[in-house]
Design a protein around this ligand. Sequence first.
Ligand SMILES: [Zn+2]
Ligand SMILES: [Zn+2]
Length: 141
Amino acid sequence: MTAHLDPDTVEVLKHLCRCTEYLSDRAASAEAAGAGDTLEQLQQMIEAVRDCEAEIRGDSTAASVKPHPDNFVCAECGSAEIECLDWVRVNDGLFIGGNDVLSGDDYWCSECESHESPVAAKDYCAAHGHRGMPCMVCGTR
Ligand SMILES: [Zn+2]
Ligand SMILES: [Zn+2]
């Protein structure tokens, strides 16, 4: 499952990627020139850019599903990070769809590893109670 990134985030990531390339180039010349201190500094900067990149990717993954009463959530743990098998054209990965006909086993919750069919967030909360304020499952304040 690939995280959905908004265009602004993609731009930032592209920029960070160019930073890493630039710093790597500089590091390579510093190494060739035997400038150990500069090389070390550049490597620390590359590390920092990579951390930044990982954080942005992580954050946008976490923010990809906003709580909503009509979301489908895991019947076991209430997570909206539920995944299902889907029809994709083999040769180019084009999304075809058709997950409305899936059997129960075709779902997967990355949080609790359940294969249960998902339920509507509002039904989950009706059965288990809200979680937090605002509710992490259905978003009710
Ligand atoms: Zn779950
Ligand atoms: Zn709720």
